[in-house]
Design a protein around this ligand. Structure first.
Ligand SMILES: Cc1ncc(COP(=O)(O)O)c(C=O)c1O
Length: 414
């Protein structure tokens, strides 16, 4: 086996790469792709339910009727038709957006990256929820943001604690560049920001002169209850940057998302996009646009949401049946995730190694959702990607590992 000399390149790396952190979910993907593993780790949309004939027809039609344009570079901000379709998607959630305020991105992930690169200098404070989306961690760390995490509960980010965090920063003459929140069916916590807190958050951000970065990949995937207004729609002061994506309503393989921002900020973000990748994929946009033209996009969302609802129900039932009484978990009303809290003495990173090794089941350890590596007694369980019977089996196996570790701890502690 050839030895790789990692040290050789050390002097070439930019200083900031020293703080780069990988997303825990990305790290896990190789392990969880093994067929013998029941993976409750990945937040993978159920692409199996997308009709192959639909994709075949759309791609065929794009190739036969629009081939040259589909293979060409396009505008950095995205095609006009794509932006009109994005306006429709946002409208269906009760949010009015102007297509001139939209930048089509390479997935919602690029939105997080562009906003961070555009607004954050090294050491600048950014506020995120605790826990936060593990995929945002590499973006925040690559631009050397000083991330301050504010706990959430069943109603989303705690506004009282957010105010305290803002007070502390203000006392040091600092102001966060933005507050990053996932108001609907949070990744990883599964909770949603209540209506009252949405109003409070928008008012607070406005009064403190802080922007909000609203990340809403899951809003369309609601199992029950009434949709809540987006922060973007509640704000009348151009204070919110909104992120959306086609990943959960069509497919993540399409790699298309968008951001909506006040025009001056949008201009800067556009420059960042030019630097990153010139423009979003024209081919992917043409496919999406034809899909919107020739099919009812809401039908597919309803179909997959019904699948996710059944899987959520299966996971909640299995948790109630198999998990120890000391464990607690959230009750998501949409989206992909359940957040589990275990006794303080358990470390889910250690637990994951045992769960994979002994029981062939995987999840995301909580620490990946905290910038400071805390959160070790939490785990994220994704119900989106696994059929109901496998969910039950996975939870049963996981419960076994947890109970064994709890028994071991009690035995050692006498
Ligand atoms: C909260 C959140 N933001 C952003 C993304 C990125 O999604 P994509 O880049 O596929 O649009 C995800 C994906 O899981 C997510 O959960």
């Amino acid at each position: 086996m050839t030895r790789i000399d990692f040290d050789r390149y050390e002097s070439f790396y930019a200083r900031r790469t020293g703080g780069l952190r990988s997303s825990v979910m990305r790290d896990l993907m190789a392990v969880t792709a093994r067929p013998e593993i029941i993976s409750l780790a990945g937040g993978l949309p159920n692409t199996e339910s997308f009709p192959a004939m639909t994709l075949a027809k759309i791609t065929h039609d794009v190739a036969m009727e629009d081939c040259a344009a589909a293979l060409q570079y396009g505008p950095t901000e995205g095609l006009e038709e794509t932006k009109r379709n994005i306006v429709k998607v946002m409208e269906s959630e009760g949010t009015l957006a102007d297509s001139d305020d939209i930048l089509v991105t390479t997935g919602g992930q690029q939105g997080i990256d562009l906003v961070t690169r555009t607004l954050v200098d090294p050491g600048d404070p950014v506020i995120a929820e605790a826990p936060t989306y593990p995929g945002a961690v590499p973006s925040f760390s690559s631009f050397e943001a000083d991330v301050i995490q504010v706990p959430l509960d069943d109603d989303g980010i705690r506004i009282d604690l957010l105010e305290e965090a803002l007070d502390r920063l203000e006392a040091g003459e600092r102001r966060p560049k933005f507050i990053y929140v996932i108001p609907n069916f949070h990744n990883p916590a599964g909770v949603s920001l209540s209506r009252e807190r949405r109003l409070e958050l928008v008012a607070l951000a406005r009064s403190r002169g802080v922007m909000i970065l609203e990340d809403n990949p899951y809003g369309q995937l609601r199992f029950e209850g009434e949709p809540l207004p987006t922060l973007y729609s509640l704000d009348d002061d151009d204070n919110v940057i909104y992120l959306g994506t086609f990943s959960k309503i069509i497919s993540p393989g399409i790699r298309l998302g968008w951001l909506v921002a006040p025009p001056p900020v949008l201009q800067k973000l556009n420059l960042g996009k030019q630097a990153a990748d010139l423009c979003p994929s024209t081919l992917a946009q043409k496919i999406v646009n034809r899909y919107f033209r020739d099919f009812h996009w809401r039908d597919y969302v309803e179909k997959t949401t019904a699948i996710y609802r059944r899987r959520r129900d299966a996971m909640l039932a299995a948790l109630a049946e198999y998990f120890p009484p000391e464990a607690e978990w959230t009750q998501p009303r949409g989206g992909f995730y359940i957040w589990v809290t275990l006794p303080e003495y358990l470390d889910t990173t250690d637990l994951l190694a045992l769960a994979i090794e002994q029981e062939q089941v995987a999840f995301v350890p909580g620490a990946g959702a905290y910038m400071d590596g805390s959160g070790a007694n939490h785990m994220r369980l994704a119900f989106c990607a696994v059929a109901e019977d496998r969910i039950e089996e996975g939870i049963k196996r996981l419960a076994k590992v947890i109970k064994e570790q709890m028994a071991l701890y009690r035995a050692l502690k006498g």
